[in-house]
Design a protein around this ligand. Structure first.
Ligand SMILES: [Zn+2]
Length: 205
């Protein structure tokens, strides 16, 4: 992965050739004895895609009250909204369409599109939350590196261009093998909800 991904939902199907299919998880029961007779069909287990299939996270328009998922998430419980931590001006939330386990987004509460629209106070907490996310991820899963960044505007790859968000993507050596290239599939060993709890519990106070 050479650039910051934008795996959020879009109204249309993925525009980026490297975006691939949202994260999938290998069926955990495939190797269990008595789980059935193996056949020739490969399977992927994708419970977190249910919300995607149901249309969740797809705004009807660019406004704050048109179903913007980053405006809705803070109104939910931490578990329902996949919120990792809440600050005064910004919050951290799991990406429902992660590129890797532990893919977190930092968002201002205010519905604004451009980084230059942040106040100084928002910029400060936005940066602080980025650091805390890195620290929490290091405590949970010891990544070898991180991709950080923002996609400003749809043309730059933002899935939800109307509401600014910064990606924090943990990386491990060998975390992208042939699967994203050949299979257009990203293998995630951990469910997003489980990752949320681990990172929230490790959040630096
Ligand atoms: Zn919004």
């Amino acid at each position: 992965m050479s650039s910051v991904p934008s795996p959020e939902p879009t109204a249309a199907e993925p525009a980026q050739p490297d975006r691939g299919t949202p994260a999938e998880v290998q069926a955990p029961d495939a190797a269990l004895p008595g789980a059935g007779v193996p056949d020739a069909f490969g399977r992927l287990w994708t419970p977190h895609r249910l919300a995607y299939i149901q249309g969740g996270g797809k705004p009807a328009g660019p406004g704050a009250h048109e179903g913007c998922p980053f405006c809705i998430a803070p109104t939910l419980t931490d578990e329902e909204g996949l919120i990792v931590a809440r600050g005064e001006l910004v919050y951290a939330v799991m990406n429902l369409y992660p590129y890797n386990s532990g893919h977190v987004l930092i968002c201002p509460y205010r519905h604004l599109a451009d980084y230059t629209d942040l106040t100084d106070a928002e910029t400060g907490e936005f940066s602080d939350y980025t650091k805390r996310t890195i620290a929490a991820l290091r405590a949970v899963s010891a990544p070898h590196g991180f991709n950080l960044g923002m996609n400003l505007g749809t043309v730059a790859g933002a899935g939800i261009a109307a509401h600014l968000h910064q990606h924090v993507v943990p990386r491990w050596g060998g975390d992208t093998n042939f699967m994203p290239v050949i299979g257009r599939t990203r293998v995630l060993p951990q469910l997003v909800a489980d990752a949320r709890k681990l990172i929230a519990d490790a959040w630096p106070s």
